[in-house]
Design a protein. Sequence first.
Length: 209
Amino acid sequence: MKKKYLPLVIIGVVLLLDQTLKFWIKTNMLLGQEFVIFSWFRIFFLENEGMAFGMTFGGSHGKLILSLLRIVVVTGIIWWIYDLIRKNESSWTIAAISLVAAGALGNIIDGTFYGLIFSESGIYGRVGAEVAQFLPEAGGYAAFLHGNVVDMFYFPLFEATWPEWFPWIGGNNFLFFSPVFNIADTAITSGVLLFFITQIRKGKIESPI
């Protein structure tokens, strides 16, 4: 495959998988509802204001700033991909940055458009709660650039207790791994890791091992 087509394929595949799953989750599940696949792997419907792994940021104004910042950043990343292709960089490096771009675009779509095209999701366990409707007659649940990002992957691998000697949190229980995330977040994380691996192999970054 020619390098100039590689970003298009990666971004297209990631966006297709990411948005298809999010659409299904949004229109078939209530907020807080979960399907237990294994004890350590669950599909858990959560929405956040736009940060990765279920984190939130600064309410309505923070969400707007974050949405605009994402658009600026992904524009720069796409230009970087173009420059990498022009300089004939390795396919692995181009693939890594393309994964980051795809993940960022996936979450940008949620934050930009989901508030306009979906009704608000009901909360699981609440009487009369309903799943979100696509293109509701009454309009969406939020304004342009104010939509929530849909997350669904939850891996509660194990629970443990911090040692008593550990400052401030000694004796407290903790769950690993508690964040809820989506395909877009996975693409971003994978892209960053792949990029560092490629740079270490090129000798541009010193290996910590």
